[in-house]
Design a protein around this ligand. Sequence first.
Ligand SMILES: NC(=O)c1ccc[n+]([C@@H]2O[C@H](COP(=O)([O-])OP(=O)(O)OC[C@H]3O[C@@H](n4cnc5c(N)ncnc54)[C@H](O)[C@@H]3O)[C@@H](O)[C@H]2O)c1
Ligand SMILES: O=C(O)C(=O)C[C@@H](O)[C@H](O)[C@H](O)COP(=O)(O)O
Ligand SMILES: [Zn+2]
Length: 361
Amino acid sequence: MKTVQVKLPDNSYDIYIDNNLDDKIIEFFRQSNFSRTAFIVSDSNTGALYQEKITQLLQTAGYTVTGYMISAGEASKSMETAQILYTEVINAGLDRKSPIIALGGGVVGDITGFIAATYMRGIPFIQIPTSLLAHVDSSVGGKVAVNHPLGKNLIGAFYQPKAVFIDISMLKTLPPREIATGLGEIIKYGLIYDKEFFSYIEDNSAKIFNYNENVLSQIIARSCEIKAAVVSTDEKENGLRAILNFGHTIGHAIERETNYIKYNHGEAVGIGMVAAAFISVKMNLIENSILPAIEHILQLCQLPQKCSNCAADAIYNDLFHDKKTIGGKINWVLLDDIGQVHLDNNVPESIVREAIDYIIA
Ligand SMILES: NC(=O)c1ccc[n+]([C@@H]2O[C@H](COP(=O)([O-])OP(=O)(O)OC[C@H]3O[C@@H](n4cnc5c(N)ncnc54)[C@H](O)[C@@H]3O)[C@@H](O)[C@H]2O)c1
Ligand SMILES: O=C(O)C(=O)C[C@@H](O)[C@H](O)[C@H](O)COP(=O)(O)O
Ligand SMILES: [Zn+2]
């Protein structure tokens, strides 16, 4: 088992990574001082696959367990679903020390964390992520949220989990498109932080799609290490943490403008990273060759590089809802090289519009 620690002033926690964490989960819950009524949130896919098993582990640890399955998909990351979940946890009798467990991808993780942060002003929250994207990104760092019709993740909080249990064997049931989605965020880590890791992903993409356990465990652990290092330095995004948003400024706008249906998060972030690289070229920050290198790795990882039928003006206008936009100025994460980025809130509108035109097919 590999353990990565997220070190924080008040809320440090461990990320456990292995291909079977059953005993670790039982031990953790048995030794905790939580109330013995636990609640599992899953979705229509992850619940059908894993809810019974996790319920049994918690029962073995001495808990009474209930739960709720939301419909799979980004549309469930809403205030409407949150309202249903509040009613469910009230009816289940959860008190201030009752643990709530997110058993699913980023959608389940983000909304469950939002419930955990707000129900009774905060109850213990545990992540059992099931998608590759959730293994490498959404389960770590405590950004919890729901979407608003006007923008992605606009209603949320920073609320850290008590622990993260990454069981790699769960990826065996994950469809290939969702493996690619996770790779969108994994490529991001290479681009913002670690050039060698970027090359490793490039060299091993085929093995990832073949569920090679050794490669998967390497890339998941390295991604968690990078995210933990950034979050440990800047928990609430006062500076450095914004680098984790590379590609997201345009990525979130693409998700919203395609109604969260056409492109999922990792795909939209991939296209957003192409746009950010294009801006970096136009600002004379990187060599021209880096842009095609990024397009190439996206292609290897079965991710789109262009947004088809996207409306340029709508995407441009959405950028102003980005959380990094302050006083009407968009704060861009731009590349200096593969593995190195900086923030810049002075990109001319003409270059931004050119970048949007570039990523529209
Ligand atoms: N909080 C953060 O730091 C953070 C980071 C990145 C992304 N996110 C958010 O995460 C969400 C995307 O997460 P996602 O890509 O996991 O999407 P998702 O939660 O919608 O999961 C993708 C699909 O895979 C299915 N699935 C998940 N695990 C499975 C498994 N083991 N076997 C079979 N099917 C499985 C789900 O049911 C769903 O249909 C977005 O809302 C994004 O904004 C949050
Ligand atoms: O953890 C972070 O910080 C990130 O930015 C990780 C992103 O991959 C993630 O998609 C996050 O939810 C985006 O945050 P937001 O603040 O732009 O909503
Ligand atoms: Zn993301």
